[in-house]
Design a protein around this ligand. Structure first.
Ligand SMILES: NC(=O)c1ccc[n+]([C@@H]2O[C@H](COP(=O)([O-])OP(=O)(O)OC[C@H]3O[C@@H](n4cnc5c(N)ncnc54)[C@H](O)[C@@H]3O)[C@@H](O)[C@H]2O)c1
Length: 363
C-alpha cells in the first residue's frame, strides 16, 4: 500500500469482520489495514458484479478470508476460535429492503439467526473484548411523524429487512443481559443512515444507475426527481464504529455498552441534483429522463437520527455534507472505470481515507 495511516491503538490488533466482502465491509477492511490491524474476514461471496472486494483483490490484506454462511454456527465459531480476535465487527447481513420482499426467509435467517450465532460465538471466545453489531436507522418505529430518533426511541420495522434488524437489536440486548459478562466483552449496536461511497453496485441504488448510464453513454432514467435524502458517505460511520470499538476496549469500556446512532447531517439534496452533479463529474452527454414509478414499495418519507450521544461521548460528528460525499463517490467510480490497473483504485481509496482522517484529526 502507498501510505499507512497508522494509529497506535490498531497496530497489530486482531480484528474479525463478518460481511467483509460487502460494500461497507470492504471500506472497513481497507481502513483497518491502513491502521495496521490484522484482519480475518467471514462472509459469503459478494453478490454484485462488479464488486469492490473481489475486483480490487482486497483478500490479500487479510490474514484469512473465510467464505462461509453465518447461518452455519460451527463454521463461524471455528473461524473465530482459530483467529483469536480481540475486536469484532458484525456486518454480515441480507442488507436490502427490496430483496427482503422477495426472499423474507433468507433475510430472517441471515440477519436474525446469523446475529444469534455471532453472539453465541462471542460468549464462547473470550479473546474478544469489544464487539460492534451493525444494524440500521430503519430499526425505529417510523410513523412519519418527523421525529429525530434517539437511541431509546421505540423499535419497529415496516418491512422484513427493518424488522429483522430491530430483532438483532432486541436479541443483542437480551443475550448481553443473559449470557455475556461485561467484564469480558463489551458489546454495542450501531445505527447509521443510508450510505454512499465508491464500490456500491447494489441493485436499485441511484448512484449505481447514474454511474452505469454515464459509463455506457446511455440515457439515465430517474424516478422521484424531487425526493431528497441526507446522503452520508460510508467513511463517516466507519470512523464512528472504530472510535466506539476503541472505547469499548479501554478501561472505561463498560460506559460505552449499548446502542449508538451515527446519522447523516440533515442537509438534503434532491435525486435530480444528485444526477446532475454526477453527470458533470463524469463529463457525460447522457440525457436525464424522469420516469413514472410503478408498484412502488413502502418507503418512509422522513427518517432522521439524533446522534447527540455520539457527539457528546465520542466526539463523533458528520464532517462532509451531501455534496462532498457525492463528489467523493462519483470521483471513486470515475477512477474505477478509467483505470485498468486496480492498484490505482486501491491507492485512490486510501487517499480518500487519508484525506478524511486528516479532516477529522484521527491520529
Ligand atoms: N449500506 C448502507 O447504506 C447501510 C445502512 C445502514 C446499515 N447497513 C448495514 O451495514 C451492514 C453492511 O451493509 P453493506 O451495505 O455493506 O451490505 P452488503 O450487502 O454490501 O454486504 C453484506 C455482507 O454480508 C455478507 N452476507 C450476506 N449474507 C450472508 C450470509 N448468509 N452469511 C455470511 N455472510 C453473508 C455478504 O457476503 C457481504 O459481505 C449490514 O448489516 C447492513 O444492514 C448498511
Amino acid at each position: 500500500m502507498r501510505q499507512k495511516l497508522v494509529k497506535s491503538f490498531w497496530r497489530g490488533k486482531r480484528v474479525f469482520i463478518t460481511g467483509h466482502t460487502g460494500f461497507k465491509g470492504s471500506w472497513l477492511v481497507l481502513t483497518l489495514k491502513n491502521l495496521g490491524a490484522k484482519i480475518t474476514g467471514f462472509a459469503i461471496d459478494p453478490i454484485t458484479k462488479p464488486n469492490f472486494f473481489d475486483d480490487l483483490n482486497l483478500s490479500k490484506f487479510l490474514v484469512k478470508d473465510h467464505r462461509e454462511n453465518i447461518q452455519n454456527f460451527s463454521a463461524l465459531n471455528n473461524a473465530i476460535k482459530k483467529s483469536k480476535p480481540q475486536i469484532l465487527f458484525h456486518l454480515a447481513a441480507q442488507s436490502s429492503v427490496l430483496v427482503s420482499y422477495k426472499n423474507p426467509d433468507d433475510t430472517l435467517k441471515t440477519n436474525v439467526i446469523g446475529t444469534f450465532n455471532l453472539l453465541k460465538a462471542i460468549k464462547l471466545n473470550r479473546s474478544i473484548k469489544s464487539a460492534i453489531i451493525v444494524t440500521t436507522d430503519k430499526v425505529y418505529l417510523n410513523e412519519d411523524k418527523k421525529i429525530n430518533f434517539k437511541e431509546n426511541s421505540k423499535l419497529g420495522g415496516y418491512d422484513i429487512y427493518s424488522s429483522s434488524k430491530a430483532c438483532c437489536e432486541i436479541i443483542t440486548e437480551s443475550f448481553k443481559n443473559s449470557f455475556i459478562n461485561n467484564n469480558n466483552c463489551r458489546v454495542a449496536t450501531v445505527r447509521s443512515g443510508n450510505c454512499i461511497g465508491g464500490g456500491d453496485w447494489t441493485e436499485d441504488r441511484i448512484i449505481k444507475d447514474c454511474v452505469e448510464a454515464f459509463v455506457k453513454k446511455k440515457n439515465l432514467l430517474i424516478r422521484s426527481p424531487s425526493a431528497t435524502r441526507p446522503w452520508q458517505h460510508v467513511i463517516e460511520p466507519i470512523y464512528g464504529y472504530l472510535k466506539l470499538a476503541e472505547r469499548l476496549y479501554g478501561k472505561k469500556g463498560k460506559n460505552y455498552i449499548g446502542s449508538w446512532n451515527f446519522g447523516p447531517s440533515n442537509i438534503n439534496l434532491s435525486v435530480l441534483n444528485l444526477a446532475k452533479l454526477g453527470k458533470k463529474i463524469f463529463n457525460s452527454q447522457s440525457k436525464i429522463i424522469i420516469k413514472k414509478e410503478k408498484n412502488k414499495k413502502h418507503e418512509a418519507k422522513f427518517l432522521s437520527l439524533n446522534s447527540n450521544k455520539s457527539l457528546k461521548k465520542l466526539n463523533w460528528k458528520v464532517y462532509m455534507g451531501p455534496k462532498l460525499s457525492l463528489q467523493l463517490t462519483f470521483d471513486w467510480f470515475k477512477v474505477f472505470y478509467q483505470n485498468k490497473n486496480k492498484k490505482d483504485v486501491i491507492n485512490f481509496s486510501i487517499q480518500q481515507l487519508g484525506n478524511y482522517q486528516k479532516l477529522i484529526k484521527y491520529f
